[in-house]
Every structure is written in C-alpha cells, then in structure tokens.
Design a protein around this ligand. Sequence first.
Ligand code: C5P
Length: 221
Amino acid sequence: SGKINIAIDGPAGAGKSTIARMVAGRLSYVYVDTGAMYRAATWYCQSLGVEPEEVEQVLQIVKDLVIDLIPIENGQQVLVNGQEVTEQIRSLAVNAKVSRYAQIEGLRSRLVSLQRQMALRKGVVMDGRDIGTTVLPDAEVKVYMTATVEERAKRRYKEMKEQSAISLEQLAADIAERDRLDQEREISPLRQADDARLLDTTHMCIEEVVETIVSYCKIYG
Ligand code: C5P
C-alpha cells in the first residue's frame, strides 16, 4: 500500500498528541493515542475503587476491558466498556495515578497487544512512551519529542480546564514526577529508541514540528 507506521514518543506535555493528530491528518493516516488507553484503564479501575497496588484485581479488570478511540472533529472520543469518558480521563485524579497503573506488567501487555493490532495494516501515527522501543520496533519513522519541563508545564497549563485547581509550579512538579516514574519503571521505560530522531520542540511552533515529521516520511511516499 506504500503506507508506513510512525512512532512518536516522549515525556508528558511535549505536544505529542497535538502533533501526532496533525501529522495523521496530513497523511490521511489513523492517529492512535496510547496515553488515552492507559488513562481509560486508570479511570475504570478508579471508578471501581481498585488501587494500583491491588495488582490481581487490576489484571482481572483489564482482561476483558474494551477501549474505543473514536476520531471526531478536532480530537477523539474515548469509550471504556461502552461508557464515554473523554473528559474524565484528563482529570487531576487520573493524572496523579496513571503512571502507577502503567507500571503493571499484565496491564501493559494487554494494551500493547491491542496497539499492535491497530497498526497491523500500517498507516498509523501512534504516540506514547514505548512505541518506538516496544510496541512498534519496526516503525519506519520514529521520533522522540521533548521540550524543557518549564515549557511543557506552560503548554499543559494553557490547555487545562481546571486551572484554578493547580498552579503552574505544581503542574511542573507533577509532570516531572510522572516523567521520573515513566523513565525509571522496569518494563519498557520511557527512552529514546536507538533509531529514533530527537526533536527538541522548546523553541519550535506546532507547524514547524508537523512539517519536520512529514518531511521524514517523504522518502516513503
Ligand atoms: O500521553 P499521556 O500523558 O496521556 O500518558 C499518560 C500516562 O500513561 C503516562 O504518563 C505513562 O505513565 C502512561 N503511558 C505509558 N505508555 C504509553 C503511553 C502512556 O506508560 N505508551
């Protein structure tokens, strides 16, 4: 078909989802937000009062968890077992715990297998933490997208709906803590794949980043 897969990884708030969605739009590819899948699993466990320490119960829940990512204008709807949770998965409660649930091996293997299925026919732009290293090691284009923690906190702050609930400083601290947990976890930690291109977006605008990634794909066109 000539289609390829594109893997975009990096720390929290680097702009991966915005960029990945726009790259997918430019190429008429499918965008897969794997962070939304970890968030949906987290929200569902929390709604049942199951903590990340209760590994057996978490695994029981994710065994037949159904997560749907439905593209809509300017974004996506997220459904977990048929229930729409698009807004809920962005809450501070989910932010605070998602990296704990994401350390659970059985939860990761279940989501990774769903993610691989989604990419089987190619033409996918997938963003997350372990896409280039673990989920799609054969992706034709791999990008590791970063920015300084200050810049990432500023970007997140601007898009937040609960701004009054948290200060910019607290948000920066939360992001740094999530990065630490994601980088230090045992199973597929956040890291740049050997064959990924490093893109520091601190001083780049959205359009520049999109153009840069689309240009990486040109040789496959
Ligand atoms: O991308 P986003 O910030 O929405 O991801 C939320 C969390 O989900 C991350 O901080 C990480 O703990 C987890 N995650 C992961 N592997 C992925 C995507 C997200 O562990 N591929």
